[in-house]
Write a protein that binds this ligand. Structure first.
Ligand code: ATP
Length: 806
């Protein structure tokens, strides 16, 4: 081990024999010594002129030593900072033992590799900037005037590794063994800001970014690219980005070189040297494959599977439907969950300025905006729409209809609103041909519309052009939608023009290969309605739409969940199969048809089992809408083990008057119990719902009376209420939300005269606190009894506040 007084010159001398053999990439060391003024031009040429590497090394070491202590120190610094490429591994420990002066150790930007490699890195960085700039530019094109400055806003990134909802379904019957407080924590996804794009960039592991359509995966990938491009280039590293939906030119059996250089970017010089560096030091390579649905190209598959570039960091983004095939378990799974409520507010404020109030006051819109794609659409809609103009959009499809109408209007030489329908009718052929191309592209899981020929400027305003290089000199231009979800919207539109194909598409949705076609259905549900704003009536005869809407939903449910046939059609209503209730609720919400909601609830026997589901705020909105349509019967709602955010809770809160305590979770079990005529109310989920609602309402200032009313209407038998209130009181105190306590005390005051307390749950001390706060003595009925001495002693202290004990 070197001591602090050790001279650099001596250190080099003592290892000279090894250094002669173990120095690598001499040109890099020489170039750095030249840049630091240690070597002159002639000395560099002299070293380069030596025939063999061994002689070059010897010459270099002699020259450095002859220049004295300072030159040797600089030499050691250089090989320390570039050791990965310039020193064999066996010497790494040796160099790390030299006592460098701390202040100078890291301050110089040394060349890490050869010049062509550095040039290529610079080229990749400028490409990364360009990709990111173009991305935001195409987003801005949705706005007419006052184009906002769009940039990355923070997203909720969940690394807790929770599986996708489709997977949750499979586990849903397993009872969680987590304690109640722990469980509560998982119900409320907060913006745990510990994960951010820069942290993702720093991580040394593969990453799978999973998320619903439009939730921000591509945007996050672009942010990673941008951060990388802006990063100080001390390290010689490379980053590649492939939009897997755009790259029809990634062929099945192309080489690594073709993928990196022909598809993404080619080095200006030293192609072979660069490729060698990439392969040899693959830990310096990051590759993003965005929007992966399957691994059809062998080069992509080999990279993902670590067969090629084994140490590269691979980032894959996909929708939850495709996750199962891609998630190896070795990569870090990050769920992109969209905007938090705070991010929505900031985003809307920044994009809409004074118009923001129109969105922020509308609960549905606000909820919708947690999906950034919809936030963008909402912002674009409101940037041109005055509230008097037309009713505010509420559902996803409505936002898309508005955007389409808006784009057509701005490309029609300012047709007035009044004449817009006529204008759209005049463009019917062009719009439908675009829709047809969208359908075929969607069916083929691509965004490349290779066959699309139309040159109409209105239609082209929905598209961006993609230049695909075929061969070294030829480029083919194809079109793609500004966003994939927009393509799905148009595909849905075309399908309604061709209703005879709808049943086939329903069948396709059941297959592994074409299950992505399901995303078209919610769009179709809204497009089938006659509500304003309308698009379809300008494109398809009314009668045709009406006819389709008569069978559409029923056919869909019968295809996807045959066991849910209407009771009069089938003797039994339950085969134990899972029903994708959230999907149906979303469709019903888009349809905005109360009768269909009631019909659906009837098929489910008014039992909404959402246990184990992950509910986005928008799903909660949809569920609340469906539940609210049942005016005659109350709904059993089971949320056991489900995951929902506070935003979502507040949406559900609006439908509680139609909810009664849920039955047991499992449909199979339920059937069994039905046979025995024994219904057991599921107290936990009721309690959970109430806890969440109370928390949401009291913290966020929903009407306090509504909370009280809901509580009491929900509990015809009120035995549970006080226990729940005590739990809640404890929660409030531990969270230090002291301002809530007076409200809570009012709630206790209005509680039923007899307080049933379960003493086995260690409530005495809280009970005592509450009894002291409330006026008048209470009658208390003990429903469970603890034998713990401390518990009993503490309960005795409550006695002065109790008028009668049962
Ligand atoms: N973090 C963000 N900050 C600002 N805008 C965002 C953010 N994330 C997404 N957006 C907006 O939402 C749009 C859609 O997001 P993006 O394309 O990233 O979704 P996605 O998850 O990749 O969807 P898909 O699965 O359909 O490909 C973007 O074009 C952008 O305008």
């Amino acid at each position: 081990m070197a001591c602090t007084t050790q001279s650099a010159s001596e250190y080099v001398r003592s290892a000279r024999v090894h250094l002669e053999r173990e120095l690598k990439n001499l040109s890099v060391i020489v170039e750095n010594l030249y840049q630091q003024g240690v070597f002159s031009d002639e000395e560099v040429s002299e070293i380069k002129a030596e025939k063999h590497d061994f002689e070059k090394n010897r010459n270099l070491l002699d020259s450095v030593r002859s220049k004295g202590e300072a030159a040797c120190y600089e030499f050691l610094k250089i090989i320390n900072m570039t050791r990965k490429r310039t020193l064999e591994k066996t010497m790494h420990y040796w160099i790390s033992c030299f006592p460098f002066r701390e202040d100078t150790q890291m301050d110089t930007n040394y060349l890490q590799g050869s010049r062509p490699c550095h040039q290529y890195q610079a080229k990749l960085k400028s490409k990364a900037h360009k990709i990111s700039n173009e991305f935001w530019k195409s987003n801005k094109s949705l706005f007419e005037e006052n184009k906002p400055d769009l940039s990355y806003s923070s997203l909720v990134l969940d690394t807790q590794g929770s599986p996708s909802p489709s997977k949750i379904k499979k586990f849903k019957n397993k009872k969680s063994k987590m304690s109640r407080p722990k469980k509560m924590k998982t119900y409320i996804p907060e913006d745990r800001s510990e994960m951010s794009p820069s942290k993702l960039l720093e991580l040394n592991e593969d990453i799978l970014l999973v998320g619903e359509p439009g939730i921000g995966k591509t945007t996050l990938s672009h942010e990673l690219l941008k951060l990388w491009a802006e990063r100080d280039s001390k390290k010689l590293d490379y980053m590649f980005y492939f939009d897997m939906r755009e790259t029809s030119h990634i062929t099945k059996d192309m080489s690594l070189e073709d993928l990196l250089f022909s598809v993404f970017s080619e080095p200006d010089e030293g192609k072979e040297e660069v490729l060698k560096d990439i392969k040899k030091y693959s830990d310096n390579v990051t590759i993003i494959f965005d929007g992966v649905t399957h691994l059809s190209s062998s080069v992509v598959q080999r990279i993902v599977e670590k067969d090629l570039l084994p140490d590269a960091k691979v980032i894959v983004t996909c929708r939850p439907d495709d996750e199962e095939d891609l998630f190896s378990g070795d990569s870090l799974r990050v769920e992109v969950k969209g905007f938090s409520e705070q991010s929505v507010r900031t985003y809307i404020a920044e994009t809409l300025g004074e118009e923001q109030g129109n969105v922020l006051r509308n609960v549905e819109l606000l909820t919708l905006c947690h999906v950034p794609m919809y936030a963008l659409m909402v912002a674009a809609c409101f940037s041109f729409q005055t509230p008097e103009d037309s009713p505010q959009p509420n559902s996803v499809t409505e936002i898309y209809i508005n955007i389409v109408r808006h784009c057509l209007q701005i490309n029609s030489n300012k047709t007035t609103n009044r004449h817009l329908d006529l204008f759209i009718k005049s463009k019917r052929e062009e719009i439908l041909s675009l829709a047809e191309a969208a359908f075929h592209a969607t069916e083929g899981k691509t965004v490349n519309m290779t066959e699309f020929q139309c040159k109409d400027s209105c239609v082209l305003s929905f598209l961006k052009t993609l230049d695909n290089k075929v061969g070294s000199t030829k480029t083919v231009t194809t079109y793609a939608f500004l966003h994939y979800t927009m393509q799905e919207f148009f595909a849905a539109l075309w399908l309604l023009k061709n209703p005879d194909k709808i049943k086939d598409v329903f069948q396709q949705c059941l297959t592994e290969e074409k299950k992505h076609m399901k995303h078209l259905i919610p769009f179709m549900c809204r497009l089938l309605t006659e509500e304003s704003p309308s698009l379809m009536k300008c494109l398809i005869p009314d009668q045709q739409l009406k006819k389709t809407s008569e069978w559409f939903l029923e056919e869909m449910i019968n295809t996807f969940s045959p066991h849910l046939c209407k009771k009069d059609e089938a003797g039994t209503d339950d085969s134990g199969l899972d029903v994708d209730i959230l999907f149906y609720c979303q469709c019903l919400y888009e349809s905005q048809c109360p009768e269909q909601c009631v019909d659906f609830l009837d098929r489910l026997d008014y039992d909404l089992d959402l246990s184990g589901e992950s509910l986005s705020p928008y799903s909660c909105c949809a569920v609340a809408y469906v539940v609210n349509q049942s005016s005659k019967r109350k709904i059993w709602l089971n949320l056991e083990g489900s995951e929902l955010s506070e935003q979502g809770m507040r949406r559900l809160f609006g439908c509680l008057q139609n909810v009664q305590c849920s039955r047991t979770t499992n449909r199979g079990v339920r059937l069994q119990e039905q046979e025995q005529c024994r219904w057991t109310p599921e107290r936990k989920s009721k309690q959970l719902l109430l806890d969440l609602c109370l928390k949401a309402a009291l913290h966020k200032g929903e009407s306090f009376h509504d909370v009280v009313n809901t509580l009491f209407s929900l509990f015809s038998v009120n035995t549970d209420l006080n226990n729940i209130l005590l739990d809640f009181y404890q929660h409030v105190v531990s969270e230090r939300s002291l301002s809530v306590i007076p409200k809570l005390v009012t709630l206790f005051q209005s509680a039923p005269a007899v307080w049933s307390i379960n003493l086995s749950e260690r409530k005495s001390s809280i009970l005592l606190e509450v009894l002291k706060l409330t006026s008048g003595k209470k009658q208390v009925k003990l429903t469970g009894c603890s034998h713990e001495e401390s518990e009993v002693r503490s309960f005795l202290q409550c006695l002065p506040h109790i008028s009668q004990l049962r």
